[in-house]
Design a protein around this ligand. Structure first.
Ligand code: URA
Length: 463
C-alpha cells in the first residue's frame, strides 16, 4: 500500500534541510492544482511556508528538475512534437527596450519556411509564449497587442496550425498553461520569495518546456537594468536554467548579456514594434545597432542548435541575411496576418505613433554619455504609461522613450538626449526628472561592458 504524502511533512523536510523525494515534490504540486475551495488539499499558508523553505534551503539539481517537470505538466502542454520538426524558442529574463523576440521569431520562421521538412512543415518552428510587462521591464504581449486585431489568446491546437503555416506563433499564457506557476507566483509576490534563483528557474523553465521544445536559447540580463542584483546571481540563474533544461532533454544555452542601457532606439509598446518593422524593412537606424547585433547573436545560436548553421557565428551571419533579404519581414507579415493583426500599419509605422504629448531632454553639458541606472530608465518608461500601475490595468500603446545617444557617445551641450512620449501630458514630469537624474555625462570616455559577457552551455556547467 502506498503511503499518503502530507503537505506538512514536505514542508518540515525542506525546512530541516533534507532533499525532497520526487514523490513528495509531485504530490505537493498536484495538491496545489487539484485543491478546490471545498477541498483544501493544501492551504495558502502551507504553500507559502513551502516557498520560504525552498527560498532559504534551495534545491539540488534533481529536486529542481522534478519541481520544474511537475509544474510543466500541471496543465496543458503544446505537443509541438506532433509537427515532426525542430521546435525552438528564445526567452529573456527581462529588460528595457528588449524587443529581440519581435525580430527573432520572424528570422527563425523565415529559416524554417526556407527549409521545409519532407512533410512540408517549416524545418524550424517557434511556439513562443510571451509575458506582459513586469516591474521596470516591458512585455512582448503588450507590444504585440498594439497591433489592431492581433490575437495572443490562442489555444494550442490553433497555435500548431499557425506554426505549420507560418513557422512561428506568438501567444500569451492562458490559465490552462502551467496553472501551478500562476498560484505559486501570486503567493511568491506576497511572501518575499520572488528572488530565489531556484523558484525563478522552475517558474520560467516550466512555462518554456510546456511549449515542447527541442532547444531553448536564454538571454539572461546582467547590469543595472537586470532583475538579478549581481553578475554572480545572474550567472547562477543561467546555470540552473541550463541544467534544468538539459535534464528535461531540451538543448539549452544561456547568454549573459549586458543591460546597462535601453536596448535599441525606442522603449515602450507600439514604438518597439515600429523599430522592429523598420529593421525588417531595411531602415536601420543607428540607434538600433545593439538591438540588431543581439538579435542576430541569439538567432545565430538558435540556427546553430537547429543544425541550420555550422557555428553560432555562422548562424548570426545567416540571421542577418534573413533580415536584409526581406525574408524575415515576409514571415512577420504572415504571422501577424494569421493571428488577425492589421498589417497595413506597417506601411508607415511612424504615422501610427500618436502620443498626446512629447518632451525632449537635452545634454546639460558637453562630454560623454557615461552611465545610467537602466532600471530607473525602465521605471520612467513604465510611468509614462507603458507599464501597469496595478495587475490587470491597461497599458498605453503610445507611451515610451526614444534614446538619441548610447553609452560612450560624445555629446555637445544642448544636443537631444532622450524624447519622452505619453498619452497624458500630466504623466511627463516625474519620468523626465527620473531620466534627468540618471543620465550621467562625464568628460572622459567611460569603460563599457561588452554586449555578450559569457555563454553557458551544458559543457561548461560547474560539476
Ligand atoms: N519571470 C517568470 O516567469 N517567473 C519568475 O519567477 C521571474 C520572472
Amino acid at each position: 500500500m502506498t503511503q499518503r504524502i502530507h503537505p506538512i511533512d514536505v514542508i518540515l523536510h525542506k525546512r530541516d534541510g533534507l532533499a525532497l523525494t520526487d514523490a513528495e515534490i509531485r504530490a505537493f504540486v498536484l495538491a496545489i492544482v487539484k485543491r478546490t475551495p471545498r477541498r483544501q488539499l493544501v492551504t495558502d499558508a502551507q504553500i507559502a511556508a513551502f516557498l520560504m523553505a525552498v527560498f532559504l534551503r534551495g534545491l539540488d539539481a534533481r529536486e529542481l528538475a522534478t519541481l520544474t517537470e511537475a509544474m510543466r505538466f500541471s496543465g496543458e502542454v503544446a505537443y509541438t512534437e506532433a509537427l515532426n520538426t525542430f521546435a525552438i524558442d528564445k526567452h529573456s529574463t527581462g529588460g528595457v527596450g528588449d524587443k529581440t523576440s519581435l525580430l527573432i521569431a520572424p528570422i527563425l520562421a523565415a529559416a524554417g519556411l526556407a527549409h521545409p521538412t519532407s512533410e512540408g512543415v517549416p524545418g524550424i518552428v517557434v511556439p513562443m509564449i510571451s509575458g506582459r510587462s513586469l516591474g521596470h521591464t516591458g512585455g512582448t504581449l503588450d507590444k504585440l497587442e498594439t497591433i489592431p486585431g492581433f490575437n495572443t489568446q490562442l489555444p494550442f491546437p490553433e497555435m500548431r496550425d499557425i506554426l505549420k503555416q507560418c513557422g512561428a506563433a506568438l501567444i500569451g499564457q492562458t490559465p490552462k498553461i502551467v496553472p501551478a506557476d500562476r498560484i505559486l507566483y501570486a503567493l511568491r509576490d506576497h511572501t518575499g520569495t520572488v528572488e530565489s534563483p531556484f523558484l525563478i528557474t522552475a517558474s520560467i523553465m516550466s512555462k518554456k518546456l510546456a511549449e515542447s521544445l527541442n532547444a531553448l536559447v536564454l538571454d539572461v540580463k546582467v547590469g543595472s537594468g537586470a532583475f538579478m542584483p549581481t553578475y554572480e546571481k545572474s550567472k547562477l540563474l543561467a546555470e540552473l536554467m541550463v541544467e534544468t533544461g538539459e535534464a528535461s532533454g531540451t538543448r539549452t544555452v544561456a547568454l549573459l548579456t549586458t543591460m546597462d542601457e535601453p536596448l535599441g532606439r525606442f522603449s515602450g509598446n507600439w514604438v518597439e514594434v515600429w523599430e522592429c518593422v523598420d529593421i525588417m524593412k531595411q531602415h536601420r537606424h543607428p540607434m538600433s545597432r545593439d538591438l540588431i547585433e543581439l538579435s542576430n547573436i541569439l538567432s545565430g545560436w538558435a540556427l546553430y542548435l537547429a543544425d541550420h548553421a555550422i557555428s553560432p557565428e555562422d548562424g548570426a551571419v545567416l540571421s542577418d541575411e534573413y533580415l536584409r533579404s526581406g525574408e524575415a519581414y515576409k514571415a512577420w507579415l504572415k504571422i501577424i496576418n494569421a493571428q488577425g493583426g492589421d498589417t497595413s500599419l506597417f506601411e508607415d509605422p511612424a504615422a501610427h505613433h500618436k502620443p498626446a504629448a512629447t518632451r525632449t531632454l537635452t545634454a546639460p553639458t558637453s562630454g560623454y554619455l557615461a552611465a545610467m541606472d537602466c532600471k530607473r530608465a525602465g521605471w520612467a518608461v513604465q510611468r509614462l504609461g507603458a507599464g501597469r500601475a496595478k495587475p490587470g490595468a491597461p497599458v498605453s500603446a503610445h507611451a515610451g522613450i526614444e534614446m538619441h545617444a548610447k553609452l560612450g557617445d560624445k555629446l555637445e551641450a544642448n544636443q537631444p538626449l532622450v524624447t519622452l512620449f505619453s498619452e497624458d501630458a500630466s504623466l511627463l514630469d516625474e519620468p523626465e526628472a527620473m531620466l534627468r537624474e540618471t543620465l550621467q555625462i562625464a568628460p572622459t570616455l567611460p569603460k563599457l561592458q561588452p554586449l555578450i559577457r559569457e555563454v553557458i552551455t551544458k559543457t561548461n556547467l560547474p560539476q
